[in-house]
Write a protein that binds this ligand. Structure first.
Ligand code: G3P
Length: 215
């Protein structure tokens, strides 16, 4: 499973890129709004920090408008992927973008049917939203597992990005589904490296080293 960061915060991203584990990035209009800067300014900075895909979302809700926006966004950098909402117009846009060779990430996916339609329209990636499904009493991780299984069954090459991740538990559960990518918020990525026994063990090693120096 590859690791993406789900953030539009360039400084935060830069700090974690140094870990050597972040392959790509996903953004959305809400994450961009948090930066206080326009998407056209933020995406080039993010795209320069990682070598893998960087998802930038369209705002238009009609297919022609989405395609126009997608062409502009994809000209920003070669690793930009166009995030398209999973609607009928979104499918139409995805089909055109696939024909034009522009990679897409079909987002706001909440069912297996939506994932299959997006894949058949030519999506490069689909993004099922785990946390938002859990919020309404459904099982987000199960949806990821179902999509992975169905795509395997029909030899569909579209990659599955587990999105709307809220906890380390979510990350570890989707890891075992065989999903291709998890897009992880900064707070959760920071928690993933932590274990109290690591801290305790390291403190003991350092204390013992100090003791042995004095001996
Ligand atoms: O990548 C989209 C996803 O980040 C949405 O997450 O936490 O707003 O449901 P959330």
């Amino acid at each position: 499973m590859k690791i993406f960061m789900d953030t539009a915060d360039v400084a935060e991203l830069a700090a974690y890129v140094d870990w050597g584990v972040v392959w790509g990035v996903t953004t959305n209009p809400s994450l961009i709004a948090k930066t206080g800067r326009p998407q056209e300014e933020v995406i080039p900075k993010i795209a320069a920090l990682v070598s893998g895909p960087v998802s930038a979302e369209v705002i238009a809700t009609d297919a022609a408008g989405m395609v126009e926006e997608a062409k502009k966004l994809s000209a920003i950098a070669p690793n930009v992927v166009i995030k398209i909402p999973c609607t009928a117009e979104g499918l139409r846009a995805t089909k055109v973008l696939a024909y034009l060779g522009i990679p897409t990430n079909v987002t706001l996916i909440f069912s297996l049917s939506q994932a299959m339609l997006a894949a058949r329209a030519g999506a490069t990636y689909v993004s099922p939203f785990i946390g938002r499904l859990d919020d309404i009493g459904e099982d987000g991780v199960k949806l990821v597992a179902d999509i992975v299984a169905a795509f395997k069954l029909y030899q569909i090459e579209t990659q599955v990005i587990a999105a709307s991740i809220r906890s380390v538990k979510h990350v570890e559960e989707v890891m075992l589904t065989g999903c291709h990518i998890a897009t992880i918020p900064t707070k959760v990525l920071a928690q993933m490296i932590k274990h109290e026994l690591t801290d305790k063990g390291l403190a003991a090693f350092i204390a013992d080293y100090e003791k042995s120096k004095k001996a």
